[in-house]
Design a protein around this ligand. Sequence first.
Ligand SMILES: NC(=O)c1ccc[n+]([C@@H]2O[C@H](COP(=O)([O-])OP(=O)(O)OC[C@H]3O[C@@H](n4cnc5c(N)ncnc54)[C@H](O)[C@@H]3O)[C@@H](O)[C@H]2O)c1
Length: 424
Amino acid sequence: MNVSVIGAGYVGLVQAAGLAALGHRVVIGEIDAERVHTLEGGDSPFREPGLAELLKSGTLAGTLQFTTDNVAAIKSARIVFLTLPTPEGADGAADLSIVEGVVDEIGGKLEPGTVLVLKSTVPVGTADRVQEHLDQVGTSGIVVVSNPEFLAEGSAVSDFMTPSRIVIGARVREAADVLADVYQGLDAPVVFTDPTSAEMIKYASNAYLATRVTFGNAIANVCEAIGADVMDVLRGMGHDERIGHHFMKPGPGFGGSCFPKDTKALVSIARAAGYRFSLLEGVIEVNEAQHHLVVDKVRAAAGGDLTGKTVGMLGLAYKAGTADLRGSPALELARLIHAAGAKVHAFDPAVQSELADIVMVGSTMEAARGADVLLIATEWPEFAEMDVEAVGELLAGDAVVDARNLLDPAVVRSAGLRYWGVGR
Ligand SMILES: NC(=O)c1ccc[n+]([C@@H]2O[C@H](COP(=O)([O-])OP(=O)(O)OC[C@H]3O[C@@H](n4cnc5c(N)ncnc54)[C@H](O)[C@@H]3O)[C@@H](O)[C@H]2O)c1
């Protein structure tokens, strides 16, 4: 099938490279000329396991092409996927201006019969509104379909190849079938529904996952107050198959480019429809407080005042396996610690960027050297394997704040260091 993907970000590039691997011809429209240049040179613009190889093979085979001209990208496409940013707007609702701008740009140029797929996370009702808009401006025969994306950064390519589910929200059966056809070759349950329900599936899934993380953090905070070990508590809970062991690791709070904005957007969607989603409002509030609890521990570990202290930070990415800094709790911790008067020396195995208020260093050992407190902020496996004794010798102080519960507290203490975890 001839397919077009507009927006070469995490979702768009994985979608495009994955569809090319399934045998389709894909043209990607991307506004950022430098990104297109990188892609044409055979490189991936960001770190994502397996993506560079997939992009290379599609580019070499000629099944994957890139252009900065969205209108050229959609030429003769049977399906057009919009994988554009939908950032948080000023009032917490999703900002749809980029999606709407591209719909206006390409709407009149789509061939009748084209299936226009909203893959970005968009407020409930958007697919129907876009359909209405296209019908009103006289673009006939275009069917707008919702097909939300569930990939996780760090495992995005394998999430494409073995998806947990494919959700297709359409009001026209033939359009739903065309979309199901493009995914032929993937072994996954397909949920056919209407666009409104499809859009809601995405928000409800992210809101549930964010709630689960936050529930684990809240239980950790109670454990800490009463002297229980949250790691044992969660292990004990997880054996109940209604609960399970996944996705409830205590830490500095959820982050990333999706959960913070999608939880706020769902609160706003519910409010606009007349329902106060106080449970999710509570999740957002508890999550924001979680950052401050970690900073309080760093302050306590530094003797009660961070002024003039040095904090060695391990990790900046919002989670292990990615270099993505968007919405990273680690970055928020660095910002708060710097604002409290400390110097931040940080190492992340995937991040090399220049960042305001942070001195970037090249290794765990460099981050530890001369630091009053060592703070583990991202759960990279290599931090779990650090030589705690050697790290302890480089510290100016004797405190480790492990905001990801990566280290064994007994090992840290036996190296003569003081240990703060989350809920233990
Ligand atoms: N990143 C994730 O893990 C993830 C997972 C599921 C869903 N989503 C959703 O998917 C959507 C895209 O997310 P992302 O992380 O891939 O975003 P991204 O910011 O990584 O990528 C978006 C791309 O679109 C490009 N773009 C912007 N305006 C454009 C225009 N007018 N024409 C062409 N290209 C344009 C940008 O330059 C960028 O390359 C969002 O709605 C997000 O919520 C993201």
